[in-house]
Design a protein around this ligand. Structure first.
Ligand code: NAD
Length: 360
């Protein structure tokens, strides 16, 4: 039976980078007999323009029915002043939570060809290959109650709530261990158990899950130390698992170790490995429409989709190798360009990956 992929290009550079990712996916489909079928719809600002809301009910229904969703990026100045309830980013949060995508996987991989693009010394980051597993549908971003109020003395105060249930921790911990098992078998769980009750439960549950993974080496680290270690000696990490807020911050920090956000894919998975795949970056309105955006994060998101949702490791490996070969050829979009390399636009970069994949 064919696999159905819903493609949501989104806003800004989204349609430009998605066009290149689709070219690569179509070739991989032919080359590896993947039997995938693509359909297209809108999310974010483009959906506001077409449907009046950033995620239409029919789009959500199509996403539920699909085997995977491939997303570009959403948002832009055109929609910054509209009713906050229908801002483009609301569509993104809604599709993630409605599809139950609780596990966000963000690899931070530094291609050796781009070692100079990192702000850290090449020897600190060369060969970097970390996977951050972030809990995506719980914790302080969703916790209730949350409130801003005025106290009796007239002073304003606000609070949020950081709740985690045992089952929420257990399922994300399992994803972390499963990922570590197929990589270098090291899992670092990041928390703030010296201060937070939710982190104390987090640590206890992670320890319990560890009993099912005797082959994986588990360590715990406080989040402040983890932030420091990521810039001091990032190669000590293999897989990191952490809660929603800590993961939000640490994964952005880790992504910048690699020099460009234009290189980094991500996956958000549900309990059955159905997923939504998207680049880590946003819609980059400052460069939209100029044909200069880096499509590689989106192309690498296709590779993650084939690996995690469709179990097509050979095709996924081939796409990653094709990207590496194009970097070997010295082709660079503006965000990763340096002296001695050849600056190319979005379509030329996509075409080069297609050619490299074809010739493998
Ligand atoms: P951004 O990631 O869009 O851009 C940050 C910087 O990185 C910009 O200078 C941009 O030109 C550059 N950049 C990003 N992707 C690039 C690429 N592929 N190639 C080359 N350069 C690239 O973040 P922002 O400027 O903070 O946000 C812009 C819009 O995107 C906002 O509306 C924001 O809400 C939205 N956003 C969406 C997502 C998403 O869809 N997942 C994520 C973050 C931000």
């Amino acid at each position: 039976m064919s696999k159905q992929i819903l493609v949501l290009p989104g806003d800004g550079i989204g349609p430009e980078i998605m066009a290149e990712a689709v070219k690569v996916l179509r070739l991989a489909n032919d080359k590896f007999d993947l039997n995938v079928e693509l359909s297209f719809d809108e999310l974010g600002g483009a959906a506001v323009d077409k449907y009046g809301v950033p995620l239409a009910d029919e789009t959500l229904a199509r996403a539920r029915a699909a085997d995977a969703v491939l997303l570009g990026a959403v948002g832009g100045p055109k929609w910054d002043k509209i009713d906050p309830a229908i801002r483009p980013e609301r569509g993104l949060l809604k599709i993630r939570s409605q599809l139950g995508l609780f596990a966000n996987l963000r690899p931070a991989i530094l291609y050796p060809q781009l070692a100079d693009a990192s702000s850290l010394k090449p020897e600190v980051v060369a060969g970097l290959d970390i996977l951050i597993v972030r809990e995506l549908t719980g914790g302080i971003y969703f916790g209730q109650p949350r409130e801003t109020k005025v106290l009796d003395n007239g002073e304003r105060m606000a609070y949020d709530t950081l709740p985690y249930s045992e089952s929420e921790i257990r399922r994300i911990a399992k994803v972390g261990f499963d990922m570590a098992r197929v990589r270098n078998k090291k899992l670092c769980s990041v928390d703030k158990a010296n201060v937070l009750a939710s982190s104390q439960l987090w640590r206890a549950v992670v320890e319990e899950v560890a009993k099912d993974y005797p082959d994986v080496e588990l360590s715990h680290m406080y989040v402040d130390n983890a932030a420091m270690q990521l810039v001091r000696a990032p190669k000590q990490f293999d897989v990191m698992v952490t809660d929603n807020m800590f993961g939000d911050i640490l994964s952005d920090e880790a992504s910048m170790l690699t020099g460009s956000i234009g290189m980094l894919p991500s996956a958000s998975l549900d309990a059955n490995n159905k997923g939504m795949y998207e680049p880590c970056h946003g819609s980059a309105p400052d460069i939209a429409g100029q044909g200069i955006a880096n499509p590689l994060a989106t192309i690498l998101s296709v590779s993650m989709m084939l690996r995690y949702s469709f179990n097509q490791a050979q095709a996924a490996d081939a796409i990653e190798l094709a990207v590496s070969k194009v970097l070997d050829q010295g082709l660079r979009t503006g965000d990763i360009h340096s002296v001695g390399t050849t600056r190319v636009g979005t379509a030329a970069m996509g075409d080069a990956v297609v050619e490299a994949l074809r010739s493998l």
